[in-house]
Design a protein around this ligand. Structure first.
Ligand code: SF4
Ligand code: SF4
Length: 175
């Protein structure tokens, strides 16, 4: 797998920073916002394999390679187990004991925008957020545009595969 060029890294990290700049004011201004460290419900109930562009996968792969050999083996074993299973499923990158993402700094766009972005006026978020929005309202929330983000990534990167397919195409341990 070709490593990221510095220009690609900067482009992707700038994009992720823009998402952070959209998300931080929402969590910062609403003490009731439920997306906090310790909430891993969405990572345990993924409706479909995470779609990841090549650019994101290369970045995610760096995070994966930085894990311990034991953690990498566990993630690979989970990927193998999950093929052909019924949804919803638990993300193979989740540390099931701590509830933390093992590749948090390298996680893809879909994980960064979930909870804070809308597609064609439809919110990308879980039932916890939905219930709280019914109580508190969303009049002061500036949602992100999911489609614009997806289009930007597609323009930058070309092909998109599920993380399972990317793992299939990736080098095996020891190579
Ligand atoms: S999107 Fe929902 S499940 Fe995921 S972190 Fe936020 S509140 Fe928790
Ligand atoms: S990559 Fe990380 S943040 Fe995204 S679903 Fe998996 S465990 Fe959750």
């Amino acid at each position: 797998m070709e490593p990221l060029t510095e220009a690609q890294r900067k482009t992707l990290e700038d994009l992720y920073r823009r998402i952070d700049e959209r998300v931080s004011p929402i969590t910062g201004a609403h003490a009731w916002w439920p997306c906090r460290k310790g909430c891993d419900h969405c990572c345990r109930h993924l409706a479909a394999p995470l779609p990841v562009t090549r650019l994101e996968w290369t970045y995610l792969w760096e995070g994966f390679q930085a894990l311990s050999p034991e953690a990498r083996a566990e993630v690979r074993a989970r990927v193998a187990e999950l093929k052909g299973t019924q949804r919803p499923y638990t993300c193979p990158f989740l540390d099931r004991e701590s509830g933390g993402c093992r590749v948090y700094a390298h996680r893809p766009m879909a994980c960064r925008t979930y909870g804070f972005y809308v597609s064609r006026d439809k919110g990308n978020w879980c039932h916890f957020i939905l219930e709280l929005l019914e109580k508190h309202g969303d009049g002061d929330i500036l949602w992100g545009n999911q489609e614009a983000m997806e289009d930007t990534l597609a323009r930058l990167s070309g092909d998109t595969l599920s993380i399972f397919d990317w793992f299939d195409a990736a080098p095996t341990e020891g190579c």
